[in-house]
Design a protein around this ligand. Structure first.
Ligand SMILES: [Zn+2]
Length: 323
């Protein structure tokens, strides 16, 4: 810990330093670890008590709040402790003189922001299913707060943004990610294609380990595509093979808009650039027409077989239909 901060903690004479932004009880003379924490605590405080405040003064050294309803007696004053980052509650008058109905109507505070911060922990585990309806029920049961479905939905969206960032911004990071991947694993081959207006269209990755491993494997390339469940959906294209022990070795993967002639052609052109050609090389896939068109264009001298799994499922479906 910062030695100056440590010194001020000592000076605060054993007062507990509150660092938890979920802290519930607010009182005069409390000391908070920084302004950010005190601000989050107060937003949550107001949200749970269903009123809104406005900042009368807010600077790196002070944080004064008053009720959003005109002429109300509720007031909160805090300021930094001896020029440190610690914030102390100097005055807290927690009684409203404003009518309850005005208080509820003046919801200027961002409900989704505060709710989102409260929900973050719920969504840390990717497998958690916690719907806006669940949020509505829990907020009513635990805090006595009634939310509309849209408020709960926005709160959930906000929590997701806090945890995973904005999906649109994540796409902007792909070129940097691919560059670092290439630098970290020399020999790795990556490519990236943008559509008009600088929008992401395709990406291709073949790791160095896959490229080196390929020459020790059977020259069979199995390809397929799978749907992505992200905000912008899209499709992941994958090429893999079998190593001498019969284990799957992933060779390359790509992210594209969908399985179509252009996307598969671009994928195979990049695949050829990374893996070249080998004697008796062949391709295995389902009967997606675009895959067959792409191998015919990029690898015209090599054979392409339909995966037996798909042949059998189609045959079974046919037999089932015919009986
Ligand atoms: Zn008030």
């Amino acid at each position: 810990m910062d030695p100056i901060l440590e010194c001020y903690i000592e000076e605060s004479q054993g007062t507990e330093i509150i660092a938890n932004p979920q802290h519930y009880l607010v009182a005069e003379d409390q000391v908070y670890i920084n302004k950010q924490t005190i601000s989050e605590v107060m937003k949550r405080y107001a949200f749970l008590r269903e009123f809104c405040f406005v900042a009368k003064r807010s600077s790196p050294t002070c944080y004064y709040l008053k009720c959003a309803t005109e002429n109300c007696s509720w007031v909160f004053k805090s300021s930094c402790l001896n020029n440190s980052k610690l914030f102390k509650v100097r005055k807290f008058y927690d009684t409203h003189s404003c009518p309850l109905k005005d208080r509820i109507q003046s919801k200027r505070q961002s409900t989704s922001g505060v709710l989102g911060a409260m929900l973050v922990e719920k969504y840390v585990d990717l497998k958690t299913v916690y719907t806006p309806t669940d949020i509505q029920a829990d907020m009513l049961r635990i805090h006595g707060i009634s939310l509309t479905y849209m408020q709960a939905w926005r709160g959930k969206k906000k929590a997701f943004e806090t945890l995973r960032g904005d999906p649109a911004e994540s796409y902007g990071k792909i070129p940097t990610y691919l560059y670092i991947l290439e630098k970290t694993y020399p020999g790795t081959i990556v490519n990236y294609k943008k559509a008009d207006e600088n929008h992401f269209l395709y990406s291709f990755t073949a790791l160095d380990a896959s490229i080196r491993g390929w020459e020790y494997c059977r020259p069979i390339v199995v390809v397929d595509g799978t749907h992505l469940k992200s905000t912008y959906e899209g499709t992941m294209l994958i090429a893999s093979t079998l190593d001498p022990r019969g284990h799957i070795l992933p060779l390359a993967y790509g992210i594209v808009d969908s399985e179509n002639d252009d996307s598969w052609l671009w994928f195979f052109e990049n695949f050829k650039n990374a893996f070249g050609e080998r004697e008796d090389m062949c391709f295995v896939s389902d009967r997606n027409k675009s895959i067959w068109n792409a191998t015919a264009a990029v690898y015209p001298e090599f054979r392409h077989y339909a995966c037996i799994y798909h042949i059998w499922t189609n045959l079974l479906k046919k037999t089932y239909r015919d009986t």
